[in-house]
Design a protein around this ligand. Sequence first.
Ligand SMILES: [Fe+2]
Length: 203
Amino acid sequence: MDFIKKLDLGEDKKKYLLDLVRKLEKIMEPELFAHSVNTMEFAVEMAVSHKEVENLFELCVSSAVHDYGKVFNTEELTRLARIHSPGLSEFELGLKPLLHSFVGDFLVSRDFGINNKRILRAVKYHTIGSRDMSVEEKILFIADKVEKGRKYEKVGKLRSLAVKDINLCLIEVYKNTIIYVINKNSFLHPDTSRIWNNICGGN
Ligand SMILES: [Fe+2]
């Protein structure tokens, strides 16, 4: 976690991030914790090469906690989603791999007192994406899928692209995600085609 100490942030913010990561280490299984820290580290790497990132601190917080929902089992996530995300359809409630993000915003607010709307939005949409994503949201979406612990055929190329061209990388990562879901004969979220069109420059 040395990279946190080297961030171009005030000492109070670096201390907050280190404390947050230490809390996550106590709560998460080692594999999930490593993925969370790796995602944060790669998000920082992307932010350094993209000057349009306005808030490195918010990006670090959202990256660290994006998968906090995975600490909870499906039954609990479904129960919480019914209460705290009342807009979700029965079909969406059945998309088990996405539940941790659907209630992730509620959980990080409840358990870590994080109420920044931009951070909560990035956490909520890190799985399916959303239309008109901010640059910070795009970075979290990408970093989650290409951090150094991820191992799949195209990941090396995607990592290189991530630090060169965020928008092009987002298209490639989103495409990969759709293909991955289809190859598993799993369901696609109903918003996927709209988000895909938006990422490709449509409305
Ligand atoms: Fe993740």
